[in-house]
Design a protein around this ligand. Structure first.
Ligand code: ADP
Ligand code: AMP
Length: 222
């Protein structure tokens, strides 16, 4: 990859950030850094961090900036981030975006490539309540729109498909409210920096991938 680049996928919960990040990170050869996945892992392992963030995630609220920034900073020190990385679900607040700018500058990264994946709220409810994730490899499915071949079983590795605790309808509304209040303003923040690109993420997974693939190619000057 040309230069050391950070890619950021913005967008509401359920926009398809994880689904697309898995594909595009592979294409770019950079790690996919999902702060949600990192914290779910901490919860599953019962770490100190996991004990703090578990109840906050269950309530559909955002975890404090301080904890999230520390976790990201630690992760970026790993050697696999040397060539760059793709953030999914981070930053989610203005202080996180400002903190990330400083980290990227210190780390010798160029300006980030920020893509806002836009989907209306009415579509998100179906995507979130229908989402199932493989408990082994993390592959993402949807019982309505992208089902596995055998119900409840991952096509890739036979792992059990599970529903995230925060994908229940009651919590989804809290998460969407947190997105509109705290995360949506980041689009303006990055637009003002001249680094924001917008993609219609309400179309099919392959169509969104194609649009993202073009953006990534342009960013790399290919
Ligand atoms: P996010 O990481 O933004 O929360 P996910 O990638 O986990 O979103 O996708 C949320 C749900 O929507 C999953 O069930 C996924 O299969 C489904 N999904 C993702 N992209 C699309 C799409 N373009 N069209 C229809 N469903 C999609
Ligand atoms: P996600 O997997 O991105 O949908 O995130 C799931 C949950 O993890 C969110 O609802 C928050 O509780 C928490 N979370 C993930 N990323 C962040 C972040 N950058 N800042 C604050 N909380 C986060």
């Amino acid at each position: 990859m040309a230069g050391k680049r950070a890619f950021i996928f913005l967008g509401p919960p359920g926009a398809g950030k994880g689904t697309q990040a898995k594909r595009i990170a592979k294409q770019l050869g950079v790690p996919h850094l999902s702060t949600g996945d990192m914290m779910r892992d901490a919860v599953a392992r019962g770490t100190e961090l996991g004990k703090i963030v578990g109840p906050i995630m269950q309530a559909g609220q955002l975890v404090s900036d301080d904890l999230v920034m520390k976790m990201v900073e630690q992760r970026l020190k790993q050697p696999d981030c040397e060539a760059g990385c793709l953030f999914d679900g981070f930053p989610r607040t203005l202080p996180q975006a400002e903190g990330l700018d400083k980290i990227l500058e210190r780390g010798g990264f160029g300006k980030p490539v920020v893509v806002d994946l836009a989907v209306s709220d009415d579509k998100l409810l179906r995507r979130l309540t229908g989402r199932r994730t493989c408990s082994v490899g993390g592959e993402i499915y949807n019982v309505y729109d992208a089902p596995s071949k055998v119900e409840g079983v991952c096509d890739n590795d036979g792992g059990k498909l599970v529903q995230r605790a925060d994908d229940r309808a009651e919590v989804v509304n809290q998460r969407l409210a947190a997105y509109h209040r705290q995360t949506k303003p980041l689009a303006d923040y990055y637009r003002q920096q001249g680094v924001l690109q917008e993609v219609d993420a309400s179309v099919s997974v392959d169509e969104v991938s194609r649009a993202l693939g073009e953006i990534v190619k342009r960013a790399e000057g290919r």
